[in-house]
Write a protein that binds this ligand. Sequence first.
Ligand code: GDD
Ligand code: MG
Length: 351
Amino acid sequence: NYYAILMAGGVGSRFWPISTQDFPKQFHDMLGTGDTLIQKTFHRLADLIPKENIFILTNERYNDLVLEQLPEVEQRQVVLEPAMRNTAPCILYASLKIQKENPDAVMIVAPSDHWIEDEKTFSKNVQQAFDYCENNDALMTLGIQPTFPNTGYGYIEFDKSSAEAIKTVNQFREKPDYETAKSFISQGNFLWNAGIFMWSAKSVIKAFQNNQPELFKLFESGIPLYNTEFENEFIKENYPNAENVSVDYAIMEKSANVHVIAAEFDWNDLGTWGSLYDKLDKDESGNAVVNARTLAEDASGNMIRTKKDKIVVIDGLQDYIVVDKEEVLLIFPKSKEQDIKMTLQQVKDKF
Ligand code: GDD
Ligand code: MG
């Protein structure tokens, strides 16, 4: 009864120039290991979940990329969104589809672009969550020990009194402001939301039915067509009418049956070049290098990526991102990595 929804519809604009709208980061070998992020994620999930029960949700323009990179996946497992509507619509849509196939389904919903190295422990935690969700009406989150008041994450306040591995959640707060995030962290019983969820199809559909009745109605009307030759028409016509909202705001903040299991593995959502730098092995001087061969003098803290085997000589450069792609060379301070998204817009406007 195990299923997965792999979300692969994001654009990853802070990883420009490698990640682009036509070829986003989940389809790149960001770590330089030979596998793309979506391939890594798929194989991590396939440890626990039958391959044919893993559904990939993505924009229709990435269909070929998915089938090319995951040859074990059949077209029926790739759900193509005709418009970007964030994570709530895609999760509800896929959950209804899965429930039609198997009313007792228990599933994991996972982004396709995160870094998790310890696959064994990951599987162990997911199995614990599955066992719980099979028998309880629960929306399960994976919690990460926070290290600073990051305002880009969801925060999970767990019940301090509970000694169990799986804790009940008092409050789920998506992307609080800086002061709130700071106060959360100082209280000690808050975890970051890893953006990975586990639940039964029944529970998640009920949560949508209660909290997003319009969205629910929209997609429920298609249930008779799901997994038939008529589904394509239905999704093309109706998906664009879904509200653009993330699952965090749509149901997680609003539900009383949220639970959390503290992740026992190291996790990173690879949101920026800097977070990638943190996770890569460094050369003798402390530079993270993908594909390049470097000669570094008085140079450290740099994130360098080129095409295969290009020789890069650096001298007197600290904490920079250097990314070389055919038509673009990016040299950007790591401390301003968040601005790459804006810079990309300026580049588009200018050239
Ligand atoms: N299929 C599909 N369609 N996938 C999408 C879409 C869409 O329209 N929009 C986003 N995704 C995918 C992204 O590619 C990413 O893998 C995942 O869904 C989450 O979207 P993000 O846009 O990266 O979310 P976020 O980073 O703002 O916040 C979420 O993740 C944080 C941890 O990384 C939230 O769940 C936070 O609470 C959480 O802390
Ligand atoms: Mg993200």
